[in-house]
Design a protein around this ligand. Structure first.
Ligand SMILES: [Zn+2]
Length: 90
């Protein structure tokens, strides 16, 4: 099975509007920085949602997951215009 691109998979996904890093509120039109992982059983899953304050680089690697940081626009509860900014696997 081909692994879908994270940007395509996460586009349109519903996420909350509270930044995980500092309890900042994310409003429509704001930049959201999202950390997501891929496991075969689950596909791409959003793990953390941050506002513009979020780190654009992946920190320490997680047990074998394909990890990604994407930047998107938060629009009425969904991620739009998603683009990948860092990924643990090429
Ligand atoms: Zn924030």
């Amino acid at each position: 099975m081909t692994r879908p691109s994270p940007a395509a998979a996460l586009n349109g996904v519903q996420v909350g509007n509270i930044c995980d890093k500092g309890n900042h509120r994310i409003r429509t039109g704001d930049i959201a920085v999202v950390y997501a992982t891929y496991y075969d059983a689950d596909g791409w899953v959003v793990r953390r949602v941050m506002c513009d304050c979020g780190s654009r680089t992946i920190g320490l690697p997680t047990d074998g997951a394909d990890e990604v940081i994407v930047e998107a626009v938060w629009w009425a509860g969904r991620l739009v215009g998603v683009k990948t900014v860092d990924r643990s696997r090429p």
